[in-house]
Design a protein around this ligand. Structure first.
Ligand code: PLP
Length: 444
C-alpha cells in the first residue's frame, strides 16, 4: 500500500519482535499509535483514529478514563507491588468479591492471572486437579473446538483450533480432542443475531464421550462467541445442549469469556446473556478496561471446596503467578468495574444492538461480502478471498480503513471484525459502517 507513512520507519527499529504481526511489512509502512482518549486513538502524526475494536476487544469503557487513570496513579505511589504467595493485600480480596457478585450464580471463587492465556491454562489445570482431588484422576482428557482461540500457552493452543497457532509448535498436550466449529455459511450466512441452524453440532460431544468414555474427560472449553477466528456465533440451543451433555457425564464446562466478558454482548458475561452457566469462566481484557494486564478465572465454589481438605497449613493448589492480583491491576479493575456500573455500560450492547445490526447488514450485497455476523456489539464482515491470496483483500480493507478513513478495525484472515468501546455513539456506528462500505467498494 501507500508509502506515505514511510517517515515513521525510523521509529520502528529491529529490536522489537512484534506479536502476531508481519514484522517486515509493518516496518515498511508502520502504523503507530501515540495516545488515546474516549473513542479515539491519535497516531504519531497527530491523526485522530476512531477505535472500532476497543483496542483489542478490551477497552470497553473507552480510553484514558480519568477514574481508572487516577486509581492506577494513586496505587503505584501507595503499594507498587505485593507478593501474593502466602501474603495478600486488600484490593485483591475486594476485587475478587466484586467479580463474584457480577458472576453467574455459584461462580464466586476467583483466581487471578495476568492474561487470557494464563486464565485458560489456569482453568485447565484446575479442572485436572479438581478431578484428582475428587478421586477421579483418570479424567485427564480436555476437549476444545475447531477454530477456537484460547490464547497462546501450550494448554491454550492444544485445546485451541486455529491451525497456524498450532502447527509450528510440536505435538502439544496429549489427550486433547476437538468439537467441530459452528460456522456454516451454507445454512446460516447473513443471519441476524444467533444462527438458526447447528444446535445438533453439540451432539459431537456425545460422540466423543462414546469414543473416549466420558469417565476419561475432565473438561470442555469453548468460547460462547469466538472472536479471534472471526466471530463465530453459537447456533440457537447449541450452548444449552453442550451444558446438558457435560452435566450428564460429570465433565466440567469452561466458558472462555476473554472477549465476551464485561458487557460486550449485553450482560456482564455471555453466560448470563445466553442463560447457560458453566463451571468456570476465563476472563481478562475488559476486567481492567485493558489498562493493566490482568486475567481472572471465576470458579464454582463446589470446585474450590474439593481442594479444601487435608491439613490446613498445606498449600491447596500449586499454581500462581508472581503478578497474580497485582496491586495496580486490582486498582484498575476496581475502578473499571465502578465506571461500568456508574455508566450502566453492560446494558449498552443490548440497547444499541438493533442499530448495530441494521448498520452491519446494510453491507449485504457489496462486492466480495460473503457473510455478515453480529451479536451484541460485535460484528464480522467476511470477504471472499482473492484466489491464491488468502487474507489479502481483508488486510487491504483494514489498512485503508486506518490510513484513509481514520478508523481502526481488526482483520483476521478474510474477516473484518468489529467490537467498539461500549461508549460508542449511534452516529459513530453509522460512520464505521459507511466507511467500511466505501472501503470495500474501493478494494478490488
Ligand atoms: C477467547 C480468548 N481466550 C484467550 C485469549 C488470550 O488472551 P491474552 O492475549 O490476554 O493472553 C483471547 C485473546 O484474544 C481470547 O479471545
Amino acid at each position: 500500500m501507500s508509502n506515505a507513512q514511510a517517515p515513521n520507519a525510523d521509529l520502528t527499529g529491529p529490536a522489537y519482535w512484534m506479536p502476531f504481526t508481519a514484522n517486515r511489512r509493518f516496518r515498511q509502512s508502520p502504523r503507530l499509535l501515540e495516545r488515546a482518549e474516549g473513542m479515539y486513538y491519535y497516531d504519531v502524526d497527530g491523526r485522530q483514529v476512531l477505535d472500532a475494536v476497543a483496542g483489542l476487544w478490551c477497552c470497553n469503557a473507552g480510553h484514558a478514563r480519568p477514574k481508572i487513570v487516577e486509581a492506577i496513579q494513586k496505587q503505584a505511589a501507595k503499594l507498587d507491588y505485593a507478593p501474593s504467595f502466602q501474603m495478600g493485600h486488600p484490593l485483591a480480596f475486594e476485587l475478587a468479591e466484586r467479580l463474584a457478585e457480577l458472576a453467574p450464580s455459584g461462580l464466586n471463587r476467583v483466581f487471578f492471572t495476568n492474561s487470557g492465556s494464563e486464565s485458560v491454562d489456569t482453568a485447565l489445570k484446575i479442572a485436572l486437579a479438581y478431578h484428582r482431588a475428587c478421586g477421579e484422576g483418570q479424567r485427564s482428557r480436555l476437549i476444545g473446538r475447531e477454530k477456537g482461540y484460547h490464547g497462546v500457552g501450550f494448554g491454550g493452543i492444544s485445546v485451541g483450533g486455529i491451525v497456524h497457532n498450532r502447527k509450528h509448535f510440536g505435538p502439544l498436550l496429549p489427550g486433547v480432542d476437538h468439537l467441530p466449529h459452528t460456522l456454516d455459511l451454507d445454512r446460516n450466512a447473513f443471519s441476524q443475531g444467533l444462527p438458526a441452524h447447528g444446535a445438533e453440532l453439540a451432539d459431537a460431544l456425545e460422540a466423543l464421550c462414546q469414543l473416549h468414555d466420558p469417565s476419561t474427560i475432565a473438561a470442555v472449553i469453548i468460547e460462547p462467541i469466538s472472536g479471534s477466528a472471526g466471530v463465530i456465533l453459537p447456533p440457537v440451543g447449541y450452548l444449552q445442549r453442550i451444558r446438558e451433555i457435560c452435566s450428564r457425564h460429570g465433565i466440567l464446562l469452561i466458558f472462555d469469556e476473554v472477549i465476551t466478558g464485561f458487557g460486550r454482548i449485553g450482560s456482564a458475561f455471555a453466560a448470563q446473556q445466553f442463560g447457560v452457566v458453566p463451571d468456570m469462566i476465563t476472563s481478562a481484557k475488559g476486567l481492567t478496561n485493558g489498562c493493566v494486564p490482568m486475567g481472572a478465572v471465576l470458579i464454582n465454589e463446589a470446585i474450590q471446596d474439593a481442594f479444601m481438605h487435608g491439613p490446613e497449613g498445606m498449600i491447596e493448589l500449586f499454581h500462581g503467578y508472581t503478578y497474580s492480583g497485582h496491586p495496580l491491576a486490582a486498582a484498575a479493575g476496581l475502578a473499571a468495574l465502578d465506571v461500568y456500573q456508574e455508566e450502566r455500560l453492560f446494558a449498552v450492547a443490548d440497547r444499541l444492538s438493533p442499530d448495530w445490526q441494521r448498520a452491519a447488514h446494510a453491507l449485504h450485497g457489496l462486492p466480495h461480502v460473503i457473510d455478515i455476523r453480529n451479536y451484541g456489539l460485535i460484528a464480522a464482515i467476511q470477504l471472499e478471498p482473492r484466489p491464491g491470496q488468502s487474507g489479502q483483500r481483508a488486510f487491504e480493507v483494514f489498512e485503508r480503513m486506518f490510513r484513509e478513513a481514520g478508523i481502526l478495525v481488526r482483520v483476521t484472515g478474510d474477516i473484518i471484525a468489529l467490537s467498539p468501546p461500549l461508549i460508542i455513539e449511534p452516529s459513530q456506528i453509522d460512520q464505521i459502517f459507511a466507511a467500511l462500505a466505501d472501503t470495500i467498494r474501493a478494494t478490488r
